[in-house]
Design a protein around this ligand. Structure first.
Ligand code: NAP
Length: 460
């Protein structure tokens, strides 16, 4: 047989996950000197992972990366295998029989836990649930959030927490021309939430949200950003961190918070309270969330990574709704090593390891490789590094036994699986865009897998 990666014998790669890191990996493979065939698997009939189902609906520009992924998908050696769950519908062993290499780019689909009493009370949700609900993720479209309450608390001060706060804070008019799921828009239209508390365990210098996200909070139609000026009086350690010339992020964010702290009171419908140096210690209530107990913190520790330490002083904040937004976490895939403590697949430069030995032919990229950090573009160099490792190994890879994707597709069909191709997805895509037109939305997403599959079967 000719060498793997020649045009007579393309290197066969399965990519598991069709979010940014999966597409950037496919792109790097196609741009290499090798001839590569990529089959990209996703458990949903729709591609693009967090770009479709995680990026906030009012951040349409960030979704423009989809155009790049569409170009990658147009490569003659690319195929989408949607509606196939690896680890359930097909096993890793099966993939290894059909592909020379398997690259996992399955993201971080669950949340870190706080580990405090009351965390699972009705009314306490993860940010992931809310984000997936308003973005029309099929697994979350039937979730219910009690928006009849007056106050909501968001724990965490990253960009996901900002997204959650902004969606709660915006009026229907600010959201109705986005691709927000209609069920979410309808529920938000009835929202009685007036006070939104965004709680950070560290201070304003250590806040994780970005400048752009902070600025947006000052420009909402009917929500005032509230910052207590005394929270901006920095302790000596935070002051030193702020004064560090390399700390560009804090220097950009701090003046925005200062401006918020000086705004006169207005009679807007809603208020977003930025709360610093406070940690949740208990979510309290009688069968459902009624309040949250918070401990005040001070800043301590290594100047390179200042920590929050509890002072013992607590206060109770009344709130009927809590969103925990303290970071995403990867989920294990049957048959693939997993580091439960970090929520990632263990790896060395993208080569999946068992103990400290790489497993030949298995690779990982994106959040499931490095943890949930960075923006969409951060995944490009990350995926390129993994692909460089894969290509460096290519000559030594054991060629897979079954080298024909079409017979594999037929085999899955015979098992009753409806594999969704990229052409199928484009039909769903076009139908969503059409459905959005009457309401002036860029699209109205199908929020159920069955709806997407029946559309394909009715129009094929
Ligand atoms: P994140 O940026 O890591 O923020 C997590 C937040 O949770 C931090 O404020 C963290 O505080 C806090 N936290 C963690 N454990 C906690 C605990 N036990 N108690 C209280 N607070 C706790 O994560 P993320 O917001 O989920 O975002 C994930 C990634 O996606 C980030 O890189 C983010 O920038 C990116 N993203 C970008 C956009 C955008 O560009 N528009 C939108 C959404 C997400 P500490 O700082 O003290 O750890």
């Amino acid at each position: 047989m000719s060498t793997l990666g020649s045009s007579e014998n393309p290197l066969r790669v399965a990519i598991v996950g069709s979010g940014p890191s999966g597409f950037y990996a496919a792109d790097a493979l196609f741009k290499s000197d090798a001839c590569v065939h990529v089959d990209m698997f996703d458990r949903l009939p729709s591609p693009y992972g967090l770009v479709r189902l995680g990026v906030a609906p009012d951040h349409a520009k960030i979704k423009n990366s989809i155009r790049v992924y569409e170009k990658i998908a147009a490569h003659e050696n690319y195929a989408f295998w949607g509606n196939v769950t690896v680890g359930r519908d097909v096993t890793l062993v099966e993939l290894q029989r059909h592909y020379d290499a398997v690259l996992f780019a399955s993201g971080a689909e669950t949340d870190r836990r706080l580990g405090i009493p009351g965390e699972d009370f009705p009314g306490s949700h993860t940010a992931t649930e809310f984000v997936a609900w308003y973005n029309g993720h099929p697994d979350y479209c039937d979730h219910e959030f009690d928006l009849s309450v007056k106050a909501a608390v968001i724990i965490g001060q990253g960009n996901v927490a900002m997204d959650v706060c902004r969606i709660l804070a915006k009026t229907v008019d600010e959201l109705k021309h986005t691709d927000i799921a209609q069920h979410a828009l309808d529920a938000l239209a009835e929202s009685q939430v007036e006070d939104i508390y965004m709680i950070g365990r560290r201070g304003p210098v250590q806040a994780k949200f970005s400048q752009q996200e902070a600025k947006e909070m000052g420009k909402l139609d009917s929500c005032d950003p509230i910052v207590d000026p005394s929270d901006l009086e920095l302790d000596p350690l935070s002051q030193a961190e702020y004064d560090d010339p390399d700390n560009q992020s804090a220097r950009r964010i701090f003046p925005i918070l200062q401006e918020f702290s000086q705004r006169p009171a207005s009679n807007s419908q809603r208020r977003l309270h930025f709360e610093f140096l406070k940690s949740p210690v208990e979510i309290c209530g009688n069968g459902k969330v009624e309040s949250i107990r918070i401990e005040k913190n001070r800043i301590e520790g290594d100047p390179k990574r200042l920590q929050a330490r509890g002072t013992g002083e607590t206060l109770d904040l009344e709130a009927g709704l809590v969103f925990r937004s303290v970071g995403y976490r990867g989920a294990p895939i049957p048959g693939v090593p997993f580091r439960d403590d970090w929520g990632v697949i263990p790896n060395e430069d993208g080569r999946i390891t068992d103990g400290d030995k790489p497993i030949p032919g298995l690779y990982v990229a994106g959040w499931i490789k490095r943890g949930p950090t960075g923006v969409i573009g951060t995944n490009k160099p990350d995926s390129q590094a993994t692909v460089a490792a894969l290509l460096a190994d290519a000559a030594a890879l054991k060629p897979c036994e079954l080298r024909d994707s079409e017979s594999f597709r037929t085999e899955l069909k015979d098992r009753g699986l409806r594999v969704v191709s990229f052409a199928d997805w484009k039909r769903i895509d076009a139908a969503e865009v059409e459905r959005g037109k009457p309401a002036g939305k860029p699209r109205e997403k199908f929020v159920r897998v069955d709806e997407m599959l029946s559309l394909l079967d009715s129009s094929s």
